[in-house]
Design a protein around this ligand. Structure first.
Ligand code: KG4
Ligand code: ZN
Length: 348
């Protein structure tokens, strides 16, 4: 009984305004997500100023909808968990201020949560699957992060490596734009790649041996070079059609190059550290081809969140909130946001 909690989660680190109520760290009572993707599509990526303005407009309705959909009032909650970082500072501040206001009004504890850690905890929201076993090798792949993390226990993280340049999702978004596809690029590349040949182009894979790091800049340049062969005077106009460009083959070959390295390095890290299970989370973990490749190649169980929990949401924030509430974390009401906050510096 002592471990029973009901946590309100709030997330505004990038371009989703989200609020959720989660019971005992795994049972979702409500999860509301308002995506700004359509607005940012006009710019071909997230426009920070616009993002924070839209969060301000949306945060109150989203939080009150999450509470009413869960049929709970503030008085039946145990804590308010909010993304403290990493993310866009102007966006993070909106969620943080909302959380602080609610904490002051209700007297509930405030818990600042690391967004990368929260992506990992999206796995604990899956009720009908076995819980992952430690030591756990986890890959967080999103628009902002490509991180390999060893988890020896709950709330314990050893960051093994990450992208030296673009995050995997960012690479998907940039290549989609180059191919004239809409933002967010991941789903667009995935759909376009369905009709293409993944071996049509032999794009480079940066294995960076001896490290657990990733790099996608060489791959990006190689795709650009290929595109220029077809369209020498290409301007990176957003969503403009690209007549004559074999976008299906390019998308499929690009996707295969990214996913080969993500799968290959994660599986060798899992073997090296004798992991019992693998977790793949974050927006890019929604990629069908990536999920298939992991399942086909891994000898140990691979856990991925359901699609709606791969991209940013607040249920995952509340799920970490549960663990941190039980571990005794209580944050002061004057904590600041941390736009760059490495996962291995979070306190356990
Ligand atoms: O986790 P997320 O919602 O936000 C961040 O924390 O960054 O991830 C968004 C990223 C975007 O770059 C988007 O293109 C990518 O996840 N993404 C995908 C897919 N769905 C979303 N990438 C590849 N395949 C997908 N199906
Ligand atoms: Zn995210």
């Amino acid at each position: 009984m002592m471990n029973e909690t009901r946590i309100l989660g709030i997330e505004t680190s990038c371009d989703e305004t989200a609020a959720a109520v989660v019971e005992n760290g795994h049972h979702i009572l409500s999860s509301e997500v308002a995506s700004q993707a359509k607005t940012h599509a006009k710019f071909g990526g997230v426009f920070p100023e616009v993002a924070s303005r839209l969060h301000i407009e949306t945060i109150y309705p989203i939080v009150s909808t999450a509470l009413s959909a869960a049929h709970v009032g503030l008085n039946s909650l145990d804590a308010i968990a909010v993304t403290r970082g990493p993310g866009l500072s102007g966006s993070l501040v909106v969620g943080m201020n909302m959380a602080k206001g609610l904490a002051i009004a209700s007297g509930l504890p405030l818990l600042g949560i690391n967004h990368i850690e929260a992506h990992l905890y999206s796995i604990w929201l899956v009720e009908d699957q076995d819980e992952p076993e430690f030591p756990l090798l986890s890959l967080v792949v999103s628009g902002g992060h490509t991180e390999l993390i060893l988890m020896k226990d709950h709330l314990s993280y050893e960051r093994l490596g990450g992208s030296l340049d673009d995050a995997a999702g960012e690479a998907f978004d940039k290549i989609a734009r180059l191919l004239g596809l809409a933002y967010p690029g991941g789903p667009a590349i995935q759909e376009t790649a369905e009709g293409g040949d993944p071996q049509a182009y032999k794009f480079p894979r940066a294995w960076l041996p001896g490290t657990w790091d990733f790099s996608f800049s060489g791959l990006k340049t190689a795709v650009l070079r290929e595109v220029r062969k077809h369209q020498p005077d290409l301007k990176a106009a957003v969503e403009a059609p690209r007549p004559g460009l074999p976008i299906a083959d390019l998308a499929a070959s690009f996707q295969a190059a990214v996913n080969d390295v993500l799968v290959g390095k994660t599986l060798s890290a899992a073997e090296h550290f004798s992991a019992k299970d693998i977790v793949v989370a974050g927006g890019v973990s929604a990629n069908r081809n990536l999920r298939k490749a992991f399942l086909a190649q891994s000898k140990i169980p691979v856990h991925t969140p359901p699609i709606e929990l791969c991209t940013d949401n607040a249920a995952m924030i509340a799920s970490v909130g549960h663990q941190r509430f039980l571990s005794g974390q209580r944050d002061a009401l004057d904590i600041d946001v941390l736009p760059t906050w490495p996962i291995n510096s979070t306190l356990s």
